[in-house]
Ligand binder design. Structure first.
Ligand SMILES: *[C@@H]1O[C@H](CO)[C@@H](O)[C@H](O)[C@H]1NC(C)=O
Ligand SMILES: *[C@@H]1O[C@H](CO)[C@@H](O)[C@H](O)[C@H]1NC(C)=O
Ligand SMILES: *[C@@H]1O[C@H](CO)[C@@H](O)[C@H](O)[C@H]1NC(C)=O
Ligand SMILES: *[C@@H]1O[C@H](CO)[C@@H](O)[C@H](O)[C@H]1NC(C)=O
Ligand SMILES: *[C@@H]1O[C@H](CO)[C@@H](O)[C@H](O)[C@H]1NC(C)=O
Length: 421
């Protein structure tokens, strides 16, 4: 009996020792691989992200915050980038590398960090991508906009400025109203960034968002040097929440669209479109890169030695495109270095990277508000498809004009309620 007690005690002791040893071993193991265990984003499996060595955010001299990704020279993604004309890489200074390493440590513990792999010894390239391509980019998101929209023909993305409440409300009340179309459906999303240091404005936007549930706000300052982040956010949002839409209508918030004509053209001419952008085309090698001064002046370091933009792109105030390429365009933004002129990036560099995309010029676009106001006043249908409506009241005038001119199409496509008032 005594012997059995001893035996039992010895076994218990051994179990205890093994348990302690196991715990210590696990503790050491977890510490060695703490980067892996702490970073919830390690599981992301996107090609670009999983192959890049690390990324961090930093600011340039103009205060623009960028995502930097350093990749080892030999990694597949880097080779890919070197192989393309569009990849603009430059060498990171030693200082930046040091800073990057410090920042990487900090970022590993934050939620927004997109950090992969371990740091190798031979990173030399600096790649800069849109902020909204990675991490969690939404300040406000209405992810239910397309839910339940069966047979969704149009998703309308309106690039809008934070304080343009009136323009958004007019667009909602006129051509982009989601309740207008009967057999075809349309949903509208207003894309904006953060207002700068303006808490009241942000509160008003949040109120508007809860009222209309059509706002998507990205985590970047809403300035014209940041418009590319907005464009990428739009592609990303559709990829995540609205891929069932057949066509994307991208407009600025001062654009009127002759929606009945567009619907007619869509159900006749455009319905077989695939991988296509229809817009006012800026042909490859024809749009001059402004270098000196002015709003659109491009720094010498970007598109080095080039006089014309090396891609075909769209004039962005109205772009009509098929959604079959949207996900690819969003994915392309993760491997296409940031360039701040959004039309060039969103409708040029990204389609070029995605490949097999065609551009077709679309008739009936005008930038002259005067012309379209006159045109929609006539008794016969105006051929304009879209035009700018900047002056207060002009959007409404154009809308009523178009309903009158296109009354037979409007009666065919719209719900009867449109004609009740
Ligand atoms: C769905 O939309 C297509 C055009 O996108 C249209 O031809 C068709 O009639 C619609 N179907 C229904 C059931 O409304
Ligand atoms: C829309 O649907 C209604 C009935 O659901 C039908 O009578 C009408 O012809 C359709 N209009 C078009 C343009 O398809
Ligand atoms: C772009 O947005 C970032 C992030 O909010 C901000 O830090 C930066 O100042 C903005 N850039 C410009 C040029 O406004
Ligand atoms: C740009 O032009 C300069 C002077 O003509 C030349 O030295 C340099 O190599 C060129 N750079 C590129 C990237 O073509
Ligand atoms: C643009 O034109 C240049 C020179 O003709 C050519 O090398 C390049 O491949 C073209 N790019 C695209 C995207 O078509």
């Amino acid at each position: 009996m005594a012997l059995n007690y001893m035996d039992c005690f010895r076994r218990l002791f051994l179990y205890c020792v093994s348990f302690v040893a196991f715990t210590i071993a696990m503790f050491i193991f977890m510490n060695l691989f703490q980067d892996v265990f702490r970073n919830p984003l390690y599981s992301l499996n996107s090609d670009a992200e999983s192959r890049s060595s690390y990324q961090h955010t930093t600011r340039d001299e103009k205060g623009i915050t960028f995502f930097f990704t350093s990749t080892s020279k030999t990694s597949a993604i880097n080779k890919n980038l070197h192989d393309t004309l569009l990849a603009q890489t430059s060498t990171v200074s030693n200082l930046l590398m040091k800073e990057a390493t410090i920042q990487r440590k900090e970022l590993l513990t934050t939620k927004s960090a997109v950090t992969m792999d371990t740091v190798g010894s031979n990173q030399e390239t600096k790649l800069v991508y849109p902020l909204t391509a990675f991490g969690s980019p939404y300040v406000l998101n209405n992810d239910q906009i397309c839910v339940g929209a069966n047979n969704l023909t149009f998703i309308v993305l309106v690039h809008t400025a934070t304080d343009h409440f009136y323009r958004r409300s007019v667009i909602r009340d006129t051509w982009a109203n989601k309740d207008i179309l009967a057999n075809y459906s349309m949903r509208v999303v207003f894309l904006l960034g953060r207002p700068q240091d303006n808490i009241k404005l942000q509160a008003a936007i949040e109120h508007e968002s809860s009222l209309h549930q059509d706002i998507v706000q990205g985590d970047f300052s809403d300035t014209y040097h940041n418009l590319t982040h907005k464009g990428v956010l739009g592609y990303r949002w559709i990829s995540e929440f609205c891929l069932q839409a057949k066509f994307l209508i991208k407009v600025d918030d001062d654009v009127f669209v002759n929606i009945f004509k567009l619907l007619f053209d869509t159900s006749t001419t455009y319905k077989t479109d695939k991988r296509k952008l229809r817009c006012y085309i800026r042909m490859n090698q024809t749009s001059p890169i402004q270098r000196k001064s002015g709003k659109w002046a491009v720094d010498e370091s970007e598109f080095k030695n080039m006089t014309y933009f090396p891609v075909t792109y769209c004039n962005g105030f109205f772009v009509f495109m098929t959604t079959d390429i949207i996900k690819e365009l969003y994915e392309a933004s993760k491997v296409t270095p940031f360039f701040w002129i959004d039309d060039v990036y969103i409708f040029g560099l990204l389609p070029a990277k995605a490949g097999s995309v065609t551009f077709e010029s679309i008739a009936g676009l005008t930038l002259s508000e005067k012309d379209s106001l006159e045109c929609f006043k006539k008794d016969t249908p105006c051929d304009y498809l879209a035009g700018t409506a900047v002056t207060k009241g002009s959007m409404e005038t154009l809308w009523y004009g178009s309903i009158k001119q296109y009354s037979s199409l409007a009666k065919a496509y719209a719900k009867p309620q449109l004609f009740n008032t």
